[in-house]
Design a protein around this ligand. Sequence first.
Ligand code: MN
Length: 228
Amino acid sequence: MTKFAIEPPKPVTIPVSGSNAVFPVRRVYCIGRNYAAHAIEMGHDPNREPPFFFQKNANNLDPSGTFPYPANSSDVHHEAEMLVALKSGGTDIPIDRALDHVFGYGLSLDMTRRDLQGEAKKMGRPWEIGKAFERSAPCGAIHPVSSVGHPDHGKITLRVNGEPRQEGDLNQMIWKVPEMISYLSEYFELAAGDIILSGTPSGVGPVSRGDEMEVSVEGLGQLQVIVA
Ligand code: MN
């Protein structure tokens, strides 16, 4: 039996809808500017440049329904995103085989310390400080492909305290799910347990303590998260 020098960290897991099994997380890839209207609101050209990704940490995912307002920021933004969970992976995955690797889909938030991300961008520094902080990716249960198929269209919305803030359609993604998987697999070895956050529609904005965020994607239900 392996003897650990220190107590090993607990595996990160996400509930699976309709099952008592949980989904173990390996890595978290997030795409930037994947909806044209959001690229424009952030001051960028929405033309189809190659996609770019950043990573969050597996243990930034948080299915608890509570988002603690993080330290060292006064401009924390919501980004509603569809989550894609992989059951297998590999390298150089062709686009037409990419969906074979998907276990399921869910709802998530790519919470962002926009002020810190903005400073990092200005100085040409990495984004982790703005993106990969504690509990920065609230998420819901994963819905297996066997029950929801592969959603490629349908409304994605976010409300704060019942007020509409973000609205788009999955069919507005610049890079579709199979393209993201294929592209990532050219640069990284994808594997079972990997998660992709597929980008946010326009309307991102700040939250305050006490706010209730509600993400909804047609066919995947709702996710409520309280800012604490
Ligand atoms: Mn995002």
